[in-house]
Design a binder for this molecule. Structure first.
Ligand code: MN
Length: 231
């Protein structure tokens, strides 16, 4: 059997401590999952979690100790950074209880949910899908995955982002509105999770614009740092 066009390459992310890589299946993202970020976007209160997706090939894997490069995307004048804890699913399942979620997690990484904020805002206003604002090419840079056993206490780790050396975002994973287990419970009620799925768990406050030439350095205590330059 052969294919009528060249099949796409498998997207994968490096894993700390091994030459083996994590193959990416789907990329799920949680919206407005930190109270102070929800506020800066004009919302208050604990609403049920909601989800959107990015294409797997929007992932830009960045090796430890290197600086990834992403192109400033088309159509926008307001490209925003969103630093996020990314959960890598190792064992699939549906209707996973929050209390059982940890056994489905392979590891964790630092990711950036890059956002064409002007286009997202326009789509929101018109009640249209967010795809053009969120799911564009190269919109999901991600650092190496740290296996869960080596990741320390991710649930209350500090999460932070610097742009050109200046602090832009700084919070704690403990400030998630829906924690990692609760997020997996809600998500797996809607989709059957598969090994290889990535979950961007939401961003804390401080989202803002970046321009070509900026260097973004994102960190979560206990995980490998993510560095990305906009070109
Ligand atoms: Mn986000």
């Amino acid at each position: 059997m052969s294919y009528v066009v060249t099949p796409p390459a498998q997207v994968s992310v490096p894993v700390i401590g091994t030459a083996d890589r994590f193959p990416v299946h789907r990329v799920y993202c949680v919206g407005r999952n930190y109270a102070e970020h929800a506020k800066e976007m004009g919302y208050t209160g604990r609403e049920p979690p909601f989800f959107f997706m990015k294409p797997a090939d929007a992932v830009i894997p960045v090796d430890a100790g290197t600086v990834g490069r992403i192109a400033y995307p088309s159509l926008t004048r307001d490209l925003h950074h969103e630093i996020e804890l990314v959960v890598a699913i190792g064992v699939g399942g549906k209707n996973i209880a929050a209390a059982d979620a940890v056994r489905h997690i392979y590891g964790y990484a630092v990711g950036l949910d890059m956002t064409r904020r002007d286009l997202q805002g326009e789509m929101k206003k018109q009640g249209r899908p967010w795809c053009i604002g969120k799911g564009f090419d190269q919109s999901a840079p991600i650092g190496p995955i740290t296996p869960a056993a080596q990741a320390g206490k991710v649930a209350d780790a500090a999460i932070h982002l610097q742009v050109n050396g200046a602090d832009r975002q700084r919070s704690s994973v403990a400030s998630l509105i829906w924690n990692i287990g609760e997020t997996i419970e809600h998500l797996s009620a809607a989709w059957e999770l598969q090994p290889g799925d990535l979950i961007f768990t939401g961003t804390p406050e401080g989202v803002a614009a970046v321009v070509a030439g900026d260097t973004l350095v994102g960190g979560i205590d206990g995980l490998a740092t993510l560095s990305v330059k906009i070109v």
